[in-house]
Design a protein around this ligand. Structure first.
Ligand code: HEC
Ligand code: HEC
Ligand code: HEC
Ligand code: HEC
Ligand code: HEC
Ligand code: HEC
Length: 169
């Protein structure tokens, strides 16, 4: 699936990525440059369309596409199908797709959309919605550097409970 969509994306070289949008959105281009997506030639157009009218009207006309929170899983999942499949039936996925009042995490809430979010920044996102956690969640665990601590015990996409290695259930 990734390979298939890449064919579509490689029409743009890394240098060209964001060129159409940079005159007015330089900060977003700078953010995207820090993401693996940029190196793979996945530019603004892949997610927002070429937005010709938007560009000619200097922003007065809406871009071709701006994914709403409930559309994000399909947008990202177009290339990351395995993650989407785990995420959609999770508590987060069900709430996001139901478009109800309860806000839950979509792909971008955790990962960031333009610049990627590292583990520490991701954990701050969790804390925004999960202010009071059971005592168990604070138990010390061995976590590889750069990895999310919560993910030692909770599968990040399905949210299934995991047994931390070396612990007695
Ligand atoms: C000539 C200037 C200009 C160019 C070129 C331009 N934009 Fe914009 N864009 C704007 C302005 C102005 C806004 C409105 C800014 C605001 O609301 O803060 C905007 C807003 C946006 C938004 C937010 C819309 C929303 O509904 O929230 C997106 C997404 C966007 N642009 C994408 C792009 C993409 C992708 C490109 C390149 C393909 C691009 N723009 C090129 C001027 C431009
Ligand atoms: C991998 C998909 C993806 C790529 C690539 C991407 N965007 Fe976005 N962008 C989104 C999504 C999804 C949203 C809406 C989510 C949100 O509100 O944060 C968004 C929101 C925006 C907004 C609205 C303001 C905001 O932060 O909510 C602007 C402006 C924007 N993008 C510009 C750009 C520009 C310019 C580029 C290229 C440098 C770009 N985007 C590349 C997915 C993408
Ligand atoms: C057009 C296809 C495409 C789309 C759409 C897309 N991705 Fe990606 N993504 C990729 C490719 C290709 C890579 C690089 C894979 C690699 O190098 O192993 C990647 C890498 C990633 C990574 C790993 C980054 C790293 O530093 O290791 C994350 C996280 C990610 N994408 C999240 C997202 C999210 C969130 C969205 C939606 C906002 C999204 N992707 C949309 C193709 C896509
Ligand atoms: C609740 C937060 C959260 C949500 C929501 C989420 N992810 Fe993730 N995702 C993570 C974490 C944490 C990891 C890292 C797992 C690891 O390192 O073992 C990850 C890993 C990934 C990777 C592999 C990155 C790599 O470095 O190889 C991709 C791609 C990805 N997620 C895409 C997605 C997509 C697409 C969605 C939406 C359908 C999504 N994620 C939703 C937290 C989340
Ligand atoms: C935008 C808000 C938001 C963010 C950010 C968020 N969550 Fe959640 N999460 C929710 C909501 C809402 C629920 C459902 C609560 C309920 O059912 O009462 C939930 C449920 C959960 C559950 C319970 C799943 C189940 O099946 O009962 C786990 C575990 C979880 N989140 C972990 C995380 C982790 C880890 C992160 C950060 C990587 C995170 N969440 C980020 C809103 C969020
Ligand atoms: C040592 C393993 C472990 C770690 C690390 C961990 N959790 Fe938990 N978590 C659990 C267990 C076990 C439960 C089951 C509920 C209980 O103990 O009462 C749980 C329950 C939850 C729930 C459901 C709470 C409820 O009231 O139903 C959420 C949300 C959650 N964890 C989020 C997180 C987040 C966010 C992090 C990272 C900041 C995290 N957890 C880290 C083990 C862990």
């Amino acid at each position: 699936m990734i390979a298939l969509l890449l064919l579509f994306a490689t029409a743009l070289s890394a240098q060209e990525t964001g060129k159409l949008c940079a005159p007015c959105h330089a900060e977003y281009v700078a953010s995207l440059r820090t993401h693996k997506h940029f190196a793979k030639g996945i530019g603004c157009e892949v997610c927002h369309g070429s937005s010709q009218q938007h560009r000619n009207a200097a922003g007065a006309t809406a871009p071709d596409r701006v994914a709403a929170p409930d559309e994000v899983p399909a947008l990202c999942g177009g290339c990351h199908a395995a993650e989407r499949k785990e995420y959609e039936p999770s508590r987060h996925g069900v709430l996001v797709l139901a478009r109800g009042k309860t806000r839950a995490a979509n792909c971008g809430t955790c990962h960031g959309v333009h610049s990627p979010r590292a583990a520490a920044a991701m954990e701050r996102q969790c804390a925004r919605c999960h202010a009071s956690l059971p005592e168990t969640c604070r138990k010390p665990v061995n976590v590889a550097s750069g990895k999310l601590r919560c993910a030692v015990c909770h599968s990040p996409h399905s949210l299934a409970r995991l047994t931390p290695p070396g612990s007695t259930p």
